[in-house]
Design a protein around this ligand. Structure first.
Ligand code: ATP
Length: 513
């Protein structure tokens, strides 16, 4: 298969807003791929090479300025081979070899392929938003139902490997994927509940727990070996030695736990979310001690629990973590549940989670089995650009352009701007970081690649003929950046539209509260 086939398909997918057309285009190409081509082709189409980051800066690629080939000849396998070598070439004298490899690759590429490769290698093509579309395309190409494809992806976390299994061994091969201690699965997510009583009524027998304002962690322990992952499945084991130590001491041989971590002030209130997140960086100061609050157990001592009920998982959780369980109660009365909510807010947390006791762990899904109850209205939106400030803010990037996710995998749709709610520290940080992901600029605005998610508090939405989605935010202000979220997890344009006057909150297909 030629790389140009992938480039053409990628362009066709980007050019249409129709989900069906995207699925057809992707499935058509995947079905044509030979056994060795499926993995790299799916990786390229999702904008994420199999090798991860190849350590090649944008400038290096740009500076090469190599004249393009007139005709396409590069194959998918050749391209993948070069990326493989790039990712394994390091140490002394490697700079020269890397330039040789890139020169060879770019010299064999047409202008369109060169542009595609630059965007692929710089991460600009990474299209988390395409994930759902790609899963449907893999199912269509392999002629299998969508559900086993989805499940295999949730357990493997990798689209290319899922595609290979689907196309080479069908449903049977997809069914081989199991929870593996040490390999993270995508976390289960929650839907917004209109109110606590409604959530209790809808779910029947349930657990009610604090919704703590920390960061999600997934912990894998096998004997003395402990690995810890974030919500986006990034490994942070080395940054959180105190959590590793604590988990190593738990009274079990092997366990997979889901939970929240945060640091507390001296008087027991949660410290700001930003401080917890900063601990996940490689070089962070370790002054704040993080504590874990576990709320789920996916595996205990050789037994997988993904498909058992929350009631059973909760029993396993208590056995494994004892006092480190999140505050809450199993099957509380309505009054007790109200008290848990009041206590949680009083203690400085966000609200409560209400979870059906008979539900299984739906990895990677935002379902109704987990519902969150919290008083504030917020949206997680993608930063598209920022305008230079004036007055006190001269020299700083200030007014943010905000985009909502297109549920069909297109680029984010602009829904408003805000310069409110930012501290001087945040302004300085965003001025630097946004220029790092700049795509282009004019005299007033710096446009960026859609990589940052920011949590916005707002009063609602209004109809707007000026914005492309026909809807604009009302009184938006920045609460915080969400480095733990990918743009693929931002709120959708439908969630923004659901805030229009006359639309009940329950119309929102995704979270918005
Ligand atoms: N008891 C709990 N059970 C499950 N998740 C919890 C709990 N307490 C806090 N959380 C956090 O809440 C998140 C689940 O809510 P949701 O699915 O809406 O994710 P979210 O989009 O990050 O939510 P939000 O933006 O409202 O924090 C989890 O990812 C986790 O980090």
């Amino acid at each position: 298969m030629l790389l140009s086939d992938v480039v053409t398909t990628s362009a066709a997918v980007a050019a249409t807003r129709s989900r069906l057309a995207k699925v057809r285009a992707l499935a058509g190409l995947i079905a044509q791929a030979g056994p060795g081509e499926i993995e790299p082709a799916v990786a390229f189409l999702s904008g994420a090479p199999r090798q991860g980051r190849t350590g090649t800066g944008y400038r290096t690629l740009w500076d090469l300025k190599i004249s393009p080939a007139a005709e396409p000849s590069l194959t998918v396998e050749q391209t993948d081979g070069v990326l493989e070598e790039l990712s394994t070439t390091g140490g002394k004298g490697s700079a020269q070899r890397r330039v040789e490899l890139l020169t060879g690759l770019f010299g064999a590429a047409t202008a369109a392929e060169q542009e595609f490769l630059i965007r692929l290698l710089t991460g600009e093509l990474r299209q988390g938003a395409l994930e759902g579309v790609m899963l449907d395309a893999i199912a269509a190409a392999a002629e299998v139902p969508a559900e086993p494809v989805r499940r295999a992806f949730m357990l493997s976390g990798r689209l290319p490997v899922t595609a290979v299994a689907a196309l080479s061994g069908g449903e049977a091969a997809l069914g081989e994927f199991r929870l593996e201690v040490g390999r993270p699965v995508r976390p289960m997510l929650a839907s917004p509940a209109p109110s606590l009583p409604e959530a209790l009524t809808e779910l029947g027998s349930c657990a009610v727990e604090y919704k703590m304002d920390g960061a999600r962690i997934q912990v894998h322990k096998q004997g003395d070996s402990v690995r810890i992952f974030t919500r986006t499945l990034r490994e942070i084991t080395k940054s959180v030695p105190e959590l590793v130590e604590l988990v190593r001491g738990l009274p079990c041989g092997s366990v997979v736990l889901d939970g929240e971590t945060l640091a507390l002030t001296d008087d027991g209130k949660p410290r700001p979310f930003q401080e917890t997140m900063s601990r996940f960086g490689a070089t962070s100061e370790r002054e704040l001690l993080l504590r874990p609050y576990f709320f789920d157990c996916l595996h205990l001592d050789g037994v997988d629990l993904l498909d058992t009920s929350l009631g059973e998982r909760h029993a396993a959780l208590l056995k494994a973590v004892g006092e480190h369980v999140i505050p809450g109660a199993v099957a509380p009365s309505a009054d007790e549940a109200e008290r848990i909510l009041a206590d949680s807010l009083e203690a400085g947390h966000e609200g409560v989670m209400v979870k059906a006791l008979d539900s299984v762990y739906a990895a990677g899904r935002r379902g109704k089995a987990w519902q969150k109850v919290k008083p504030e209205h917020t949206l997680d939106l993608v930063v598209l650009a920022a305008e230079w400030g004036h007055g006190r803010r001269t020299g700083y990037l200030s007014n943010l352009h905000l985009g909502a996710r297109d549920p069909d995998g297109g680029p984010p749709i602009m829904v408003g701007k805000t310069f409110k709610g930012m501290t001087d520290e945040l302004l300085a940080w965003q001025t630097q970081e946004l220029q790092r992901i700049e795509s282009h600029r004019d005299s007033w605005v710096v446009f960026v690649r859609p990589e940052f998610v920011v949590e916005i508090e707002l009063d609602g939405a209004q109809v707007s003929p000026r914005y492309p989605g026909g809807v604009a935010l009302r009184f938006a202000r920045v609460l915080r950046y969400r480095p733990d979220k990918d743009p693929a997890e931002a709120d959708t344009i439908d969630a923004v539209r659901a805030l229009l006057p006359g639309k009940g909150a329950a119309d929102a297909p995704e979270k918005h509260n």
